[in-house]
Ligand binder design. Structure first.
Ligand code: ZN
Ligand code: ZN
Length: 277
């Protein structure tokens, strides 16, 4: 079991994106990721950060047996929720020590890579002077400002954009990623959000979605079918159709199994499929 510390840096600076780190003090392991200055509005700031953290955990081989001590900042709100939903052992923590230093030095390194003088450093936690120096340096050139000034608007977007893994039910949808049709009774990611009082809804193939959805109502199962394993979904049956196995009608509203075999939609009672060898 390892104890991982999760911390961010650079949030108070008007320039550059934040950095997030995943740090183990016992082993000295440090994993870090950079939040971009701006991005398209498909994802909220907190969701983007959550996704970066999930990627860092994968890189680090961090598991559910490990313990997580996480900074309580807003930036990690969606990540906190995700940790709880996934059943991780975690709590918020006032960060100090290696995680804090690692986050600060990752931020500094990013700023220096952009050309900021290396010797101007954070001294005795005087963030205001340090950030003001960085902001002044970035503001000096219009090009720099365009490239490195933090987009506050995109960060303010509430975590409303919601990606949900579900099924298309009996409707075909068009993938917003690749424009191909997603047939009925297929896994799909739905994105819903409100912007300027209007409602938006988009669909993606799971593999075309820019985000790993944090929520799912999709129930996928595998069954045996013609000496193959068929992966399909369990959803409430929307209409009376005969079961592919017993030929009895499926009862609307009851859970039914749907899958594609050679582009042909197969459906039936889940019990009937379980009986197939
Ligand atoms: Zn697609
Ligand atoms: Zn049946």
């Amino acid at each position: 079991m390892k104890t991982w510390f999760v911390e961010d840096a650079g949030g108070g600076c008007q320039a550059f994106g934040e950095v997030v780190v995943l740090v183990c003090e016992e082993t000295g392991e440090i994993y870090s990721a950079r939040v971009p200055v701006t991005w398209n509005n498909k994802m909220s700031w907190e969701e983007l950060v959550c996704q970066l953290m999930v990627e860092l955990m994968q890189q680090a081989g961090a598991t559910k047996e490990d313990q997580y001590l996480v900074c309580s900042g807003n930036i990690f709100h969606t990540y906190h929720k995700w940790l709880s939903e996934q059943g991780y052992n975690w709590q918020t923590h006032k960060m100090d020590g290696l995680a804090h230093d690692a986050a600060e030095s990752s931020f500094h390194q990013m700023v220096v890579e952009a050309g900021f003088p290396e010797h101007i450093k954070l001294i005795e936690r005087d963030y205001r002077s340090y950030y003001t120096d960085i902001e002044k340096w970035v503001s000096l050139h219009p090009e720099r400002k365009k490239q490195y000034w933090k987009d506050r608007e995109v960060r303010k977007k509430p975590a409303l954009p919601r990606y949900l893994l579900k099924s298309t039910m009996n409707k075909a949808r068009v993938c917003y990623g690749c424009n191909a049709v997603i047939p009925p009774f297929s896994p799909v990611v739905e994105l819903k959000f409100r912007k300027d009082g209007r409602k938006f809804r988009y669909f993606f193939h799971p593999e075309c979605c820019p985000v790993q959805p944090l929520k799912s109502t999709l129930h996928q199962i595998e069954v045996a079918w013609q000496e193959q394993t068929l992966t399909g979904i369990l959803v409430p049956c929307p209409e009376e159709v005969p079961c592919a196995i017993c030929d009895q009608l499926l009862e609307p509203g009851k859970k039914a199994f749907y899958a594609y075999h050679k582009n042909e939609l197969i459906c039936g009672h889940p019990e009937c499929f379980k009986g197939t060898p």
